[in-house]
Design a protein around this ligand. Structure first.
Ligand SMILES: Cc1ncc(COP(=O)(O)O)c(C=O)c1O
Length: 411
């Protein structure tokens, strides 16, 4: 729980999300599928549509719509720099986090040789695993895995100094698990990576909507996320530490600029989506206070975390009290996002989700591409988890409706 966080005015927050008015069979639907993609805040939504309605353009024109487009891109970079604790020209955009990670991994992989090693984790979404595995395969590099402790659903760091060693070139780790919600102690991992001169690539896709992200405090060289998870449109974002970014030998096509951050951005960007990015960040900032955008973002995220953690704790407690339910969560005391994974004895996750869907409660089942973790826990074959994901717009009435529907399913 975040001490001293501003209290979230959930009513006011909900008014900013038009999709929350959607009804099914006369009842307002309940969105518990945020980890798959949040709903979009009205400022972001209107900004996207305004860009297309009022005249968009390509860059470098002498006319006003072109200049406005350049300003939109600049604003998006500036806002994301404040959001992640990076510098404006360290921020680059792409189709999504996976595509950006693939491009970065191709570039970094070119610098590795067969003596080198990289480290990935058993906890991560495959988007922060497979691009690195491919690059490692192409460069003939050994891959080591940071294991998950299956009892605590946290990364097991006992052998950290051996797994990350003098040969390690890169460590890819998430800031939070999109399956079970565990927040990773990235600072500890990156401290070890720094000792041996390895780079750290952090997947903040799941963490970004739930906790404030401080790129330097966690020691990330590369940090990536996706705006569609934090109330904005579908666009991927990465921030790469200046020295690393400048040295990054990206696969660059002839028309692409050679300088950062543009050199990573192949082709024309998704201008309308980028128009929504600054507004998504501004929404988070509007929930907090402070002098600078960065201060307001951090304070706004703290307010979100406090609201979500309170609700999530109650839901987890209730789930634990149901004998048919197995909760998959790290123990008390481990920081978690409000992403709650569980299984119901004798029933598939899909059956639970279908029961909920009929009642207008939207939640997903599966392994959510955290497939190494689901395999390790022996649940992949049987459908993975049911996942309830809370958001700043989630209310206690909604979590109660979900729990009530679950009790009805089990009975
Ligand atoms: C933790 C995590 N990492 C990466 C991704 C992939 O992000 P994108 O869809 O932007 O490629 C997701 C998507 O669900 C995710 O939850």
């Amino acid at each position: 729980m975040v001490v001293g966080a501003k209290k979230l005015d959930t009513r006011a927050v909900r008014e900013r999300f038009p999709a929350l008015r959607r009804k099914q069979d006369g009842r307002q639907v309940v969105y518990l599928d945020g980890p798959g993609g949040s709903q979009v805040e009205i400022g972001a939504l209107e900004s996207v549509s305004r860009y297309m309605r009022e005249g968009g353009a390509n860059l470098h024109g002498a006319f006003v719509t072109s200049r406005e487009t350049e300003e939109i891109l600049h604003q998006a970079r500036h806002s994301m720099a404040a959001f992640l604790g990076a510098e404006t020209d360290e921020v680059a955009f792409g189709a999504n986090m996976t595509t950006l990670t693939l491009a970065i991994s191709r570039a970094l992989g070119r610098t590795w040789d067969s003596e080198d090693e990289i480290v990935v984790t058993e906890m991560d979404h495959r988007a922060n695993v497979d691009p690195w595995l491919l690059a490692a395969r192409d460069a003939g590099v050994k891959v080591r895995w940071l294991p998950v402790d299956a009892d605590t659903l946290t990364l097991d760091l006992h052998d950290l100094d051996n797994i990350i060693n003098e040969r390690t070139k890169l460590v890819a780790v998430n800031l939070a698990s999109n399956a079970v919600g565990t927040v990773t102690d990235v600072a500890r991992i990156s401290a070890r990576a720094r000792e041996v001169g390895a780079l750290v690539a952090v997947d903040a896709v799941h963490a970004a909507p739930h906790i404030s992200v401080d790129r330097d405090a966690i020691g990330a060289d590369i940090i990536s996320c996706s705006a569609y998870k934090f109330f904005g449109p579908h666009v991927g974002i990465t921030a790469i530490r200046r020295e690393v970014f400048e040295a990054l030998d990206v696969y660059s096509l002839e028309p692409a600029p050679k300088h950062i951050p543009d050199k990573l951005e192949t082709g024309t960007q998704n201008h309308e989506a980028l128009a929504g990015v600054a507004e998504a960040v501004e929404f988070v900032a509007s929930l907090g206070n402070g002098e600078t955008l960065r201060e307001r973002v951090v304070s706004g995220m703290d307010a979100i975390e406090a609201h979500e953690a309170g609700l999530a704790e109650r839901v987890r407690d209730q789930l634990v009290s149901m004998p048919e339910v197995t909760l998959h969560a790290a123990p008390e005391g481990v920081r978690k996002t409000p992403t709650i994974a569980f299984r119901v004895a004798g029933r598939t996750p899909l059956a639970v989700c279908e029961h909920m869907a009929e009642r207008g409660i939207f939640m997903a089942g599966g392994d959510f591409y955290a497939s190494t973790l689901s395999e390790k826990l022996g649940i992949r074959e049987s459908g993975g988890w049911v996942r309830a994901g809370l958001a700043p717009y989630t209310t206690e009435e909604e979590t109660e409706a979900f729990l009530e529907a679950l009790r009805g399913f089990i009975a």
